[in-house]
Write a protein that binds this ligand. Structure first.
Ligand code: GDP
Length: 195
């Protein structure tokens, strides 16, 4: 996939601000610090289009990026901050619920999991929330450069077992450091955009 154009459309705080041009959309979800911004920047070959490491508690937005004028990436706020007030968590939940249950152009969700860590309860809940709403999920195991190749399959197994991943859902190894898995992920994204 050759990205010739990538631009931020809007950081939306409410649904009326979501793009309404009906372009197909791929959302990205994951715990904060999982490597989501880095993955977006790696996919689109821009150093800093997606902002890295947001601060807990700051205004939560869904950031929409338009790629090649043909589809959107929707970067949803990271979950799993340890010390976030209940009110912020509730606000996050409401925003996610609204987005994932009513976003018509949404074709698939990339859920990122750090390959080094066993998926958390938040990861589990996110995955099964998406499955419940019958959204196609692409699991991406990020930061695979941090684990030696010989241990990759062991970690993938832990992820699959902890999340109870559906046998039909892809689990893709990825590294923003080395770009490993980039083509495979693009192919997966493509198959959903053309569905
Ligand atoms: P986000 O909060 O999910 O958007 O995470 P970031 O993209 O900001 O990444 C969090 C931290 O992990 C940063 O210090 C990144 O440099 C680092 N990181 C992200 N992806 C990778 C990766 O594939 N390999 C390695 N080694 N570090 C990564």
């Amino acid at each position: 996939m050759k990205v010739t154009k990538a631009e931020i459309v809007i950081s939306a705080v409410k649904p009326t601000q979501y793009p309404d041009d009906a372009l197909p959309e791929i959302a990205l979800a994951g715990r904060s610090n999982v490597g989501k911004s880095s993955l977006i920047n790696t996919l689109i070959q821009r150093k800093k289009l997606a902002r890295t490491s947001s601060t807990p508690g700051k205004t939560q937005t869904i950031n929409f990026y338009r790629i090649n004028d043909s589809f959107h990436f929707a970067d949803v706020p990271g979950y799993g901050f340890a010390r976030v007030p209940k009110s912020v968590k509730a606000q996050w939940g409401k925003m996610m619920e609204t987005y994932f249950t009513s976003r018509e152009p949404l074709k698939a969700v990339i859920q990122l999991i750090d390959i080094r860590h066993k998926p958390s309860e938040d990861d589990y809940n996110m995955y099964h929330f998406l499955k419940y709403h019958e959204l196609p999920v692409i699991i991406v195991a990020t930061k695979c450069d941090k684990v030696t190749k010989g241990h990759w399959q062991k970690h993938i197994k832990i992820i699959k077992e902890a999340l109870l991943v559906d046998r039909n859902d892809p689990v893709i190894l990825f590294s923003s450091q080395t770009s490993y898995g980039k083509e495979k992920l693009w192919n997966e994204i493509y198959s959903h955009l053309n569905h």
